[in-house]
Design a protein around this ligand. Structure first.
Ligand code: ADP
Length: 159
């Protein structure tokens, strides 16, 4: 049976931190679906369509990775896709409590889908979409934080 993992998130926009987790996930699982969930509480900069397009561009070198979007509950989406695993990245202790809450709730909703965490690559432990947007707004160079397509899209948004 082929192993499928779902990589959920806001990806507003995708950073090299996200990509690191996606790439490592793609080397462990047969297939990975990166899913953009619209977290309204985060007041996104990019539309879901823009985020999906940037993810597609940034993962095109990974043949076993596809990109999707969903408005459903994560666990329902995972069940529909017959995914065994939800893959999340962990940066710092600050991520831990939030991830614990979500994971406990997801397990309560459905025990069959397992959540696995990958620890971030040290070089990206400070990196978040919010930080990238904050500095891009002031026209700082973000080329070592995000893929080229994202850098261009940020420049356009803030021009
Ligand atoms: P969410 O709103 O669901 O937290 P994000 O787009 O912020 O969505 O993050 C999606 C996933 O990527 C989460 O598991 C998050 O912990 C992980 N992630 C984000 N930034 C990094 C990073 N720099 N290194 C490793 N994982 C990261």
């Amino acid at each position: 049976m082929s192993r499928l993992a779902i990589c959920p998130g806001s990806f507003d926009p995708v950073t090299y931190g996200h990509l690191d987790i996606i790439e490592r996930g793609a080397s462990v699982f047969d297939n990975v679906i990166v899913v953009v969930f619209n977290n309204q509480s985060k007041a996104p900069l990019f539309t879901v369509e823009e985020r999906v397009a940037l993810l597609e561009e940034s993962t095109k070198h990974l043949p076993n990775v596809t990109v999707d979007e969903s408005n459903e509950l994560l666990i329902d989406y995972a069940m529909q896709q017959k995914a065994q695993v939800v893959l999340r990245g962990l940066r710092a202790v600050s991520d831990f409590e939030y991830e614990m809450q979500i994971t406990s709730m997801n397990r309560k909703l459905n025990e069959r889908v397992e959540t696995l965490f990958m620890m971030t690559n040290n070089q990206y432990s400070f990196l978040s979409s919010s930080i990238v947007k904050e500095v891009a707004k002031y026209k700082a160079n973000v080329s070592d934080l995000v893929p080229e397509a994202v850098e261009k899209a940020l420049k356009k948004k803030y021009s």
